[in-house]
Design a protein around this ligand. Structure first.
Ligand code: AMP
Length: 139
């Protein structure tokens, strides 16, 4: 299904572009939580992070720190969040992978509810085992 970001990639609608290379496009979020709020998207058309190819993921990883430095430099912020939502329950609204770079400071930013629990040893061991098994099945 085509998303608004696919339409931006196809040049059907404009964006406030700050960066582009063969695999990645970055542009300002039209509903910023703070000045400089930037979205970084792969050109690969996948809804969720876990669906990305290694090549697209590596291309994003290569430029994220550089883009974060540029956003900090442009805004004067010294703190920021990188947010990446997957699934509507996790607040994803546009189903094309995107990373938010959100400066945090007196001019706004991301508010986070962080209802932390305590990790019990009897829960950790089987979880580690299950994740390791899943990783092993991938290779
Ligand atoms: P998410 O909740 O992680 O899916 O965030 C989607 C983000 O895309 C929101 O912060 C929107 O403000 C932003 N957004 C939606 N349409 C556009 C657009 N045409 N150009 C730039 N940002 C957009």
């Amino acid at each position: 299904m085509s998303t608004i970001f696919d339409r931006i990639l196809d040049g059907e609608i404009p964006c406030h572009k700050v960066y582009e290379d063969e695999h990645v496009l970055a542009f300002l979020d039209v509903g910023p939580l703070s000045p400089g709020h930037t979205l970084v998207i792969p050109k690969e058309r996948k809804a969720h992070l876990h669906e990305l190819s290694d090549e697209a993921a590596a291309a994003i990883g290569r430029v994220l720190p550089r883009l974060a430095r540029a956003v900090l430099s442009a805004t004067g912020a010294t703190a920021y969040n990188v947010l990446q939502n997957n699934g509507s329950e996790a607040h994803q609204a546009v189903f094309h992978v995107h990373f938010h770079i959100i400066p945090k400071g007196s001019d706004g930013g991301l508010g986070i509810d962080w209802p932390a629990r305590s990790l019990a040893a009897e829960d950790a061991a089987p979880m580690v085992e299950a994740i390791r098994r899943a990783l092993a099945a991938e290779s």
